[in-house]
Design a protein around this ligand. Sequence first.
Ligand SMILES: Cc1cc2nc3c(=O)[nH]c(=O)nc-3n(C[C@H](O)[C@H](O)[C@H](O)COP(=O)(O)OP(=O)(O)OC[C@H]3O[C@@H](n4cnc5c(N)ncnc54)[C@H](O)[C@@H]3O)c2cc1C
Length: 481
Amino acid sequence: MSPPAQAGLIAALREIVGADRCLAREAELVAWECDGLTLHGSRPSAVVLPRDKHEVARVVRACRRFATPFVARGAGTGLSGGAIALDGGVVIECAKLDRILTVDVENRLAVVQPGVVNAALSAAVRPYGLFYAPDPSSQLACTIGGNVAENSGGPHTLKYGTTAHHVLALELVLPDGELLRLGSPTGFAPGVDLVGAVVGSEGTLGVVVEATVRLTPIPEATETLLAIFPDVVSACRAVGAVITSGLVPAAMEIVDRRTIAAVEASVYAAGLPLDAGAVLLVELDGPAEALPGQVERIRALCAAEGARVERARDEAERERFWRARKGAFGAMGRIAPDLYVHDAVVPRAKLPEVLERVGEICDRRGLRLANVFHAGDGNLHPNISFDRRDPDELARVLAAGREILEACVAAGGVISGEHGIGTEKRDYMCLVFAEDDLDAQRRLRAAFDPDGVCNPGKVLPTPRFCAEANPKARGYDRVPL
Ligand SMILES: Cc1cc2nc3c(=O)[nH]c(=O)nc-3n(C[C@H](O)[C@H](O)[C@H](O)COP(=O)(O)OP(=O)(O)OC[C@H]3O[C@@H](n4cnc5c(N)ncnc54)[C@H](O)[C@@H]3O)c2cc1C
C-alpha cells in the first residue's frame, strides 16, 4: 500500500475506534506478528480493538474501501499461523468483545461475545451447575471466537465432542461488512447448516461477533485415574482395550517419558513418576453410583498392559494431574528455545504403529521428540524441541514434520485434529484432498468472500501448488476416512 493510502486507512480506522484502540506503530505491532506457531510471522499494517459488533462491521467496511485484507484474532494461541495478517492486512483483535451477554439456565445456553475466554465461561456458569464442555489445554487464554474458528477440541473431546457440537447459533460480520445471523438457539434451523460451515473455517468466512453455545450440566461425580506404564506403546494398547470394552471415559490422555521429565522440572510438577515410560490419564464422569465399577474395569484393563494405577484422592489431586497435562506444552520450553507442536489424527488402533514410526523419523533426523496427546481420539501431538537459530536443525524439523504427516495419512489419518491448517499446513492439504475437493472448498469460500479479503492466504493451497504436488500420483486422492 502506498504511504498516503496507508495513512488514509489508519485515519479511517481511528475515526471508528479512536486512536487508543488502533495501533499502527512498529513497536506496537510486534506482538501481533505471529501466533503460537512462532515459525510463521507477518507484521500487520494496523491492529484495531473494537468494542462492539457495529465497530467490527465499520472496520471491515473501511478495510474494503482501502482494498486491505483483514483477519480476526482472539488470544493468538493458535498453533497453525491462522491469526497472522498476510500482505499488510489489518488485525481485528476481538479481546475487548469479552462480555457474556446471556446465561439461559432453563435452555442450557449462553450467548457470548467472541473475546470471552474459554475457562471464564465455565467459571461464570458454575454457580448454575453448568459448564462449557470444550476445554482446549489453552483454555485459560484462548477465546470462544478462536475456538469456533478452529473447531477446537481438548482432553474431554472423547466424550463431549468438539466445539462444533456445542455451537447453536452465530452472528457474523460478513466480508462486505453486513451482519448475518446463522443457526438458532433451539439447535434446529431449517436449510443448509451454515453454522457447521463457519465452525472450523479458520476465520475465512467472516468475523464471528456473537456465539450462542450449549451449556452442559456438571456431572454428579468424577473419577480421575493415573495409569503408569513401562512404555508409550502399552499405554496406547490400553486405550484400545478400554474403548473395545464399551466404556466411554470423558478423557484419555497420554504423556510420555520426556514430557514427564519436562513437566516435573517445571511449575506444573504433579509428582508424576520419572521412571515411567508413559502415563495415561483417564477421567470418568457420570452418576456417582456408576463410577466405582468403571474404575475397577479400567484398573484391570490397564493392569493387563503392565500398568499400575493410582486414583486421585480428592479434587486438589485431580487438579494437580490436569495442571501437569495442560501445562505440558509450556513445560517443554525448558528443553529448547523453540517448540513445534504437531497435530494429526490416526485411527485409534493405529496409534502404536504410528507412534513408533514418528519416533523413528525423529531419531533418524537427530531431533528431540516428546509426545503428549489426546489418545482416546487418536489425536497425536508429536512435539519437537529445537533451536531455530540453527538452520540445519530447523531444516530437519520441517522435513520430519512432513514425514510425520505423510505417515499419519498413510495410516488412514488426517493432517489436523484441532489446531487447523492456517499457513502451516496449507500446502499439505493435497495430501488428503484431490483438486476437485479443494475447488469445492474454494467455491464455498468465494460465496462468503468473493473478493478474497477475509483472512486470505490461509487453509487452501494455490491450485498450481497442488497440481505440482500431484496427490493422485501419491495415492492420496480421497480423504481416507
Ligand atoms: C499451550 C497450548 C495448548 C493448546 N491446546 C489445544 C487443545 O487442547 N485443543 C485445541 O483445539 N487447540 C489447542 N491449542 C490451540 C489454540 O489454543 C486453539 O486453536 C484456540 O481455539 C485458539 O483460540 P484463540 O482465541 O487463541 O484464537 P487465535 O489464535 O487468535 O485465532 C485462531 C483462528 O481463529 C480465527 N478467529 C479468532 N477469533 C475469531 C473471530 N471472532 N471470528 C472469526 N475468526 C476468528 C483467527 O483468524 C485464526 O484463524 C493449544 C494452544 C496452545 C498454545
